[in-house]
Design a protein around this ligand. Structure first.
Ligand SMILES: Nc1nc2c(c(=O)[nH]1)N[C@H]1C(S)=C(S)[C@@H](COP(=O)(O)OP(=O)(O)OC[C@H]3O[C@@H](n4cnc5c(=O)[nH]c(N)nc54)[C@H](O)[C@@H]3O)O[C@H]1N2
Ligand SMILES: Nc1nc2c(c(=O)[nH]1)N[C@H]1C(S)=C(S)[C@@H](COP(=O)(O)OP(=O)(O)OC[C@H]3O[C@@H](n4cnc5c(=O)[nH]c(N)nc54)[C@H](O)[C@@H]3O)O[C@H]1N2
Ligand SMILES: [Mo]
Length: 764
């Protein structure tokens, strides 16, 4: 099982040679094609290693990170060094000075889940500074609990695809429903039903309107509206304005199920600032036609309509507004809680929304208790490292950035996920020590002082399952452990032993015993709820257990049925179109109701005079994030070895650029090369370059160096969505593009650094 689907692997000589998707999967992911050849790829870390400068000079800030050599050490030496350094940092600076947020997707599997392992371990040694929220839904996860009393429940208990296919007459999809993203589900998935559901909706006579700068955010027939990126809130306000001025809004629903609509309406109609957020006003900001907006609003109010907003729309500056305004628009239509109507968030962002949830808890490795209260919003990593002691705003509180001495990462790649990589590199010079566990020499591993070679999930046993999939799956190793790599669990157990907390960490179990234990614990829980499951041995032999799911859900059906008994977990118990709590925070960049804020990175502003193209840094079609970028599916998409950038023919020809050319994409933060694919299925001033090409600087010693491979995060802004959420804003960035006529530098991202073998090359 992988995050992108269930498969069987054929192997030979310690390597995966072929993968066969699960027979029941309606639409297996092409990302599976990256797996063959990945175990013994040259970018694997073959054994424990320590950065030469760190070994020679001891811990301390260093500008050599990212360009230093490494020294091969034994496992015993590595675990000695790691235990001693953790002990030194804890004794001298306290546990708060360890940053253990360790954000990232790692691999599927409940026991070997890298974040659970590193957090459990760090808790055993007294805790760590943690991170809160995700890069995925940073803004949503803070605003939605205030206004809807829910966050992840919106996805895991969303209206199911069957219900949509059977009932929705009009699907209005902001950000589309990009089927490419439904490849993936956190923790795995055994089926991919999205495309089939969209086709079933169409076959019933349902209509789809996709609102997105890219045509292919919707597959199959649909009406395509392409607003200027970042202008969706203006479009939604324009739609809302038509509803009110034509008396098409559902006042009964707003009175019974919502609070604060009147205050929002005053803003909408211009009573507050003298500006009516009319369809004409929206047309000016979005580039859509006024009559298109008016017609859509009328259409929406006369049929069973589902308004859905992808997560990408909140991964921008003021990202709270689009989902909040989408919800408000759906509330005005009055169909929330009715099958096939209402609101959705994240259809096409991940496979989970629209899939039936499992009604009981899943086997989980307990992470223990973290006595350190210090935290950061996850995307504030550089900010924290560069500004110890500085104050920051978050969700109504003012907190202080800690002074971090040691960064401990397992299962994530900040050079994939973070913005403004030049700034991240400067930030990573600051700590005394950086520890990275990864199977591969990722750019993050190449910035580590202590490099811990992990196994991949193909090399170990585990249990996988996720909250919206019926199958609990026995993951059995397909190949033996690669070279001198180890399971993260065994590494942590060895370090725990040296630090005197082995019993607390392992509870006396091997990894095999833990997997059996987690299964049995889960089985006991289910038995108490009257559900029988096979014995562990039968489960392991058969390969999976099918669980019950709650089929045919409609989001907030229960709330609609009885808004008192099933009150929402908001202060008012209702949908908060105006939130007294958020209003009370007094933020300039987030008001008490959804509102239009002019973006910083957008074509409507001054910055576009300097950088006239809007780059969409969205999720890659051909892989999960940076994982297996060297795999066949990912490599097949590259252009002259560079990540593909899609451009409209008019933007390309105006710059003397042809399909297949390599270009330099740049702004005042950085530059990267990319390979051009001309595509007219997008706005003329929009370009699209997905995340995930491994960061590959021309000069590894220079933090501002151009990335020759095509990582868009050398360009993106490192700023929080707002004082409320501080969410990641990596989706949008303004750039300029020129043809690159110089000799092409070779791609070196997948080459390991120089690793000195100490036996043969003694250090002086
Ligand atoms: N510009 C821009 N940037 C973005 C986004 C965007 O839209 N635009 N999207 C953001 C989003 S939504 C996300 S979720 C992030 C994703 O960012 P990440 O989750 O950090 O990206 P991954 O490439 O999945 O990194 C996972 C790492 O875990 C390693 N790994 C796999 N299995 C194991 C294991 O068993 N043990 C250990 N120790 N390591 C393992 C992999 O080799 C890989 O290096 O990126 C964010 N970045
Ligand atoms: N194949 C694959 N699937 C994935 C992932 C992956 O790495 N690979 N990553 C997974 C993860 S961790 C996450 S969090 C989700 C993320 O899910 P999302 O954030 O929803 O995914 P993106 O692909 O970044 O963006 C979806 C689409 O939104 C459109 N868009 C961008 N800006 C705007 C805008 O201003 N207005 C409008 N209307 N549309 C806009 C883009 O054209 C883009 O294709 O994807 C998941 N799915
Ligand atoms: Mo994500």
């Amino acid at each position: 099982m992988a995050h992108w689907g269930m498969f069987r692997a054929s192997a030979s000589g310690g390597e995966i040679t072929e993968v066969h998707p699960e027979a029941g999967d309606a639409s297996p992911s092409q990302v599976l094609g990256n797996v063959p050849g990945s175990v013994r790829h040259r970018s694997r870390i073959t054994g424990p290693a320590v950065r030469r400068g760190w070994l020679e000079n001891g811990p301390g800030p260093s500008e050599k990170r990212g360009s230093d050599d490494y020294v091969a050490v034994s496992w015993d030496e590595l675990t000695d060094l790691l235990a001693a350094e953790l002990r030194r940092v804890v004794d001298r600076y306290g546990n708060e000075s360890i940053y253990g947020g360790s954000y990232g997707w790692a691999s599927a599997g409940r026991f070997h889940h890298a974040q659970s392992q590193v957090h459990r371990f760090l808790n055993c040694i007294g805790g760590y500074t943690r991170s809160v929220n995700s890069y995925s839904t940073g803004a949503t996860s803070v605003v939605m609990p205030h206004v809807l009393g829910a966050h992840w429940q919106m996805f895991s208990r969303s209206t199911s695809w069957d219900v949509i296919a059977d009932n929705t007459d009009l699907l209005v999809a902001f950000g589309g429903v990009p089927v490419k993203n439904t490849s993936v589900n956190h923790g795995g998935t055994s089926n991919h039903p999205t495309e089939g559901a969209l086709n079933a909706l169409r076959a019933r006579g349902g209509k789809i309107v996709t609102v997105s700068p890219l045509r292919d955010d919707m597959t199959g027939s649909a009406t395509w509206l392409a607003p200027i990126p970042g202008s969706d809130v203006a479009v939604m306000l324009g739609l809302a304005h038509v509803l009110v001025t034509e008396g098409r809004h559902d006042t009964g629903f707003l009175d019974t199920y919502c609070t604060g609509y009147e205050k929002f309406e005053r803003y909408l109609l211009g009573a507050v600032d003298g500006v009516a957020k009319s369809a004409a006003w929206a047309a000016q900001r979005s580039g859509l036609r006024e009559d298109e907006i008016v017609a859509l609003a009328r259409d929406m109010s006369s049929r069973r309509t589902l308004v859905t907003v992808t997560w990408s729309l909140q991964r921008i500056k003021n990202g709270e507004q689009a989902p909040w305004m989408g919800l408000t628009l759906a509330a005005m239509l009055g169909q929330i809680g009715i099958p096939g109507g209402g609101f959705g968030h994240g259809y096409g962002s991940m496979n989970e929304p629209g899939l039936a949830p499992v009604p009981y808890p899943l086997p989980t490795l307990p992470q223990g208790h973290n006595p350190v209260a210090t935290f950061i919003p996850v995307a504030a990593i550089s900010e924290m490292l560069l500004n110890p002691g500085a104050l920051f705003e978050y969700n109504g509180d003012t907190s202080v950035y800690p002074d971090i001495k040691l960064v401990h990462w397992a299962g994530g790649n900040p050079f994939h996920h973070h913005q403004d990589l030049g700034r991240l590199r400067r930030a990573l010079t600051r700590p005394d020590t950086i520890v990275v566990h990864d199977p591969y020499w990722t750019p993050m591993a190449k910035h580590a002082d202590i490099v811990v070679p992990s196994t991949t999930s193909l090399e170990r046993s585990d249990i996988s399952c996720t909250r919206n999939d019926p199958l609990l799956v026995a993951m059995q190793p397909a190949v033996p452990r690669f070279a001198d790599s180890r399971d993260d669990y065994d590494t942590f157990a060895a370090v725990a032993e040296k630090m005197g907390c082995a019993q607390e960490f392992t509870e006396g179990r091997t990894s095999g015993e833990w997997i059996r234990h987690l299964y049995r614990q889960w089985q006991g829980y289910l038995r108490n709820s009257g559900v029988d499951t096979p014995s562990f041995d039968d489960f392991w032999r058969d390969g999976s257990v099918a669980m019950n799911t709650e089929d045919r859900l409609t989001l907030f059906e229960d709330y609609r049925r009885d808004p008192v008994k099933n009150a929402l977990r908001t202060p008012s118990g209702r949908i908060e179109i105006f939130s007294e709590v958020i209003d009370g925070f007094g933020y300039e960049d987030c008001a008490g109701h959804p509102a239009w804020f002019e973006p910083t990175e957008w074509l409507g502003g001054e910055r576009a005079e300097m950088f006239p193209l809007h780059l969409i840094a969205n999720q890659p079609r051909t892989r999960l994030h940076s994982q297996l970028d060297h795999g066949a599916t990912s490599q097949a998409s590259k252009v002259q070895g560079r990540e593909p950038i899609r451009m409209h023919s008019s933007a390309a020809s105006a710059r003397g650029i042809a399909d297949g050319d390599v270009v330099r994409v740049f702004n005042d933060r950085g530059a990267c090369l990319a390979g051009v694919v001309v595509d007219d299925g997008m706005l003329a001033r929009v370009v699209q370059l997905s995340t995930g090409a491994w960061y590959d600087p021309v000069d590894a010693a220079d933090t501002a160096s151009m990335c020759k491979h095509g990582n868009p995060n050398v360009l993106t802004p490192d700023v929080g969505a707002s004082s409320l959420s501080q969410g990641c804003t990596g989706q949008h960035v303004l750039v300029q593009i020129e043809r690159y006529d110089e000799e092409l530098p070779p791609i070196t991202a997948f080459d390991p650094p120089q690793v000195i073998d100490r036996v043969r090359t003694p250090l002086v």
